[in-house]
Design a protein around this ligand. Sequence first.
Ligand code: GRF
Length: 206
Amino acid sequence: MADQRIAVLASGRGTNLQSLLDRTSDGSIPGKVVLVVSDVQGANALERAEKSDVETRFLDYAVFSRKSDYEQALLEVLEEKQPDLICLAGYMRILGSAIVKRFEGRIMNIHPSLLPAFPGLEAQRQALEYGVKVTGCTVHFVDAGMDTGPIILQRSCPVLDEDTPETLAARILEIEHRLYPLAVRLFFENKLESRGRRVYIKEDGI
Ligand code: GRF
């Protein structure tokens, strides 16, 4: 089990990547992160990976003349590593359909809202502007849409009167750091059963 391979795509500070690195190294997730790819040079996520001795790649979107060329290069980088699971962790691009097809059912994303509410950018700001009293985060399988794939796990948290996008994001992030590793563990333990859009969890108490 422990040789299950995770590739992570991340564009930013990489705190969710960090939670995956921590939970793989302490054995809570039966697998290891074998590659971190970023489209942002010098992204904090890349530094975190290097500190954990994980191989990194920076793929510069700007050097490709077409999105499909970038996607092809990304596909090749991923295929080299033969990941069992690809985790998007603050990856700020929509994955191309070739990658989604090639790794169907084996790509996850974490999003800081209770989908299908507030997909896309600045989900926490969207939640505040809408005026919801409860929000949270969602781990879902990735399909060709934006934050539209089958939902694996969700957790809620309150929205407080005095919240700003930053305070709300911080509250959600704490939950994200527990929820993403949990989803990955369940995946590797074959405890996620997909039937159409519904993902059933074969473990009590989740
Ligand atoms: C998280 O809020 C995640 O839900 C969203 O992007 C943010 C990434 O944060 N997809 P980090 O880079 O993992 O710290």
